[in-house]
Design a protein around this ligand. Sequence first.
Ligand code: ADP
Length: 287
Amino acid sequence: MNATADEIEVKMGAVSAVDLAKEREHAGTVGDITSPDPRMVCRDVNVWYDSNHAIRQVSLDIGRNEVIAMIGPSGCGKSTFLRCLNRMNDTIPSARVTGSIKLDGEEILDRGIDVVPLRARAGMVFQKPNPFPKSVYENVAYGPRIHGLTNSRDELDELVETSLRRAGLWDEVKDRLDAPGTGLSGGQQQRLCIARTIAVSPEVILMDEPCSALDPIATAIIEQLIDELREQYTIAIVTHSMQQAARVSQRTAYFHLGDLIEVGPTEQIFSKPRHKLTEDYITGRFG
Ligand code: ADP
């Protein structure tokens, strides 16, 4: 780890012995890694790409109905950790993941589990909107069809409409459901991808810099949407924008060179970071 327990003690000043012991247990991460109502429980997660140890002993709970932001300098492992949460790293041949990640109590790193339903339960929205080369309707209907979620065309129509409504896109596309999804604006395409994710009833939505390809207006719409979606879903978002993390999340996790340095309520992380590395990052001293 970057900070020894002694260094943490010095930096944190007056914290209780119990807090300190808890923090030492978690390889030096400062702050409470636990959630009172966790949806995902990650313990001692490590990721290697060949010999590059990209994530080191990361333990973190992700709470129900919360937005947790993952921030840190480029290359610190934010996306790698996010990809662990629905086994997307399986698609990278050099990647090796160890530790434990539970979704509603079920171990998802277990080799025996089927990743197709897992990726519906923990759906991913990517940096660059990536609609299928199909119509708006088919983009949303595809997942429910392959997962057999509806029994009739009417039910499917309803699910497509509900998903597009939840993604805040229905009014803009209801008259062009047969038009290609790729013909929409960037912000609309990203909301289409969110609708596609929602359509298969996920428990968790993973977002990897979902606004970085969007203009400020489209970004504001997505941020508003994230806030609304929190009522029904758990959301983990990787962002390079500290302002965005401050606006959309309730908890923030700060990564540095593969270590989870600090986690805490977003307001505290940005106003009173406890670890020197977090402070240096949020005050713009590096990153
Ligand atoms: P961040 O999202 O914080 O920018 P990443 O998770 O992308 O960080 O990267 C963390 C480390 O893992 C970096 O050293 C990066 O080079 C390495 N890495 C990321 N993706 C891959 C990959 N597909 N193959 C090999 N190494 C990777």
